[in-house]
Design a protein around this ligand. Structure first.
Ligand code: ARG
Length: 399
């Protein structure tokens, strides 16, 4: 008896996930392996990958286009929550995992599989996101992670694959581990493991080096409705087109790189390089629009929610009850986050230089220093008398 009968395997086309196919069959006695490759805008032809899975022994090779869902249902809520892990990482890789988990579960249910599988090792965050996501969506499914158990080195993995007709990588494989989707790229390992080593220009793909950026700034006006980006420079765009265009414009000005040491779920610190041009600017612009449309107390309270939200997404808790509850809070706050934010993109930095909103609660009549001032200055005196009372009493008793 094998560990399961029929398995749906998350498939990327790389050596590791390809080797998972014969490994699951030969070592773990799985009868049928169905692979699932998700198109999340990684900019890669999935046709050859589909064939490669069949050549490696899959009975069925699924390719599913999820890019629109990815942006609409995963990235946009994260923008509404201004989600930045450890104040910096906009979760571009992390957001893809719960969607892939959902696709795996749906395929398993459709094809009558009793398990799903992925190629993650035991050191990263993605294994947590897949495992927890899958158990949240269908706790009856088994989750298999062969690469977490097989203990093969890179060379041994390649050699194992060759026994089953899986070609070893043609070009000398890159020293980096790279994850990519429409939202951005995550790059780690190789020379980057030395935290003092500056990343070589070769690791970047979505962002230009400052030296290669134009000498004129690019101004972009981003329109939001209920906290969701809907237009650029007054032209309405669907989610995928909006991110694609904004990535090009922001990245073209050398904006969107992050170099950080982050705390992984499993307790390890890791040095990661990110490129997420559009996502970073969208969060920056969205946060600015909130400052014009939310009351001070909601804004302040939401900041705590945002941090918890980012932690939950990072830790694989996308489908958890707390995350659902926080979503409800965030959605309520977004009702009036409508308007346009003007962003100046220039030489590696994005600056908000203007904003306007029909639902603004910024009041020029109250803010102005001119004769139009509507604020009752005398009212300030009584207010200060009351708010200052505890401090004044304390001072009188202790001097
Ligand atoms: N550290 C990032 C995260 O946990 C990215 C993980 C994948 N990175 C990679 N270079 N393969 O979301």
């Amino acid at each position: 008896m094998g560990r399961a009968n029929k398995v749906v395997l998350a498939y990327s086309g790389g050596v590791d996930t390809s080797v998972c196919i014969p490994y699951l069959k030969e070592e773990w006695g799985i009868k049928e392996v169905i692979t699932l490759a998700a198109d999340l805008g990684q900019g890669e032809e999935l046709g050859p990958i589909q064939q490669k899975a069949l050549d490696s022994g899959a009975v069925e090779s699924l390719v599913i286009d999820g890019v629109e869902t990815f942006v609409r249902d995963y990235a946009f809520p994260a923008i509404q929550a201004n989600a930045l892990y450890e104040n910096r990482y906009p979760l571009s890789t992390a957001l893809a995992r719960p969607l892939i988990a959902k696709m795996l579960v749906e395929a398993a249910e459709k094809y009558g599989a009793d398990a799903v599988a992925h190629g993650c090792t035991g050191k990263g965050n993605d294994q947590v996101r897949f495992d927890v996501g899958i158990m949240a969506l269908n706790p009856t499914l088994k989750v298999l992670a062969p690469a977490r158990e097989w203990g093969m080195s890179r060379e041994e993995t390649i050699a194992y694959g060759e026994r089953f007709g899986i070609p070893s990588p043609v070009k000398k494989s890159s020293p980096y581990s790279i994850d990519r989707n429409l939202l951005g790229r995550s790059i780690e390992a190789g020379p980057l493991e030395d935290p003092m080593t500056e990343p070589l220009e070769e690791v970047f793909d979505l962002t230009k080096a400052i030296a290669d950026t134009p000498d004129e700034p690019d101004y972009v006006e981003i329109g939001f409705e209920k906290g969701i980006p809907v237009s650029l420079d007054g032209n309405a765009f669907g989610p995928v087109e909006l991110i694609t265009q904004l990535n090009a414009r922001v990245g073209g000005q050398g904006i969107g790189r992050i170099d950080m040491i982050e705390n992984r779920v499993v307790g390890i610190k890791s040095r990661e390089i990110y490129e997420a041009p559009a996502l970073l600017v969208l969060i920056q612009a969205h946060r600015d629009l909130e400052s014009m449309t939310l009351t001070a107390d909601v804004s302040r309270y939401k900041r705590g929610i945002e941090e918890t939200y980012a932690n939950l997404v990072y830790e694989g808790m996308w489908y958890s009850p707390l995350k659902t509850a926080l979503d409800a809070f965030v959605q309520t706050t977004q009702e009036r986050v409508n308007g346009t934010v003007r962003v100046k993109l220039f030489k590696g930095s994005a600056q908000i230089v203007g904003r306007r909103s029909e639902t603004s609660i910024y009041s020029p009549d109250l803010a102005t220093y001119t004769a139009d001032d509507q604020f009752d200055h005398k009212a300030a005196e009584g207010f200060i008398y009351v708010v200052g009372m505890p401090t004044r009493v304390w001072a009188e008793k202790t001097r």
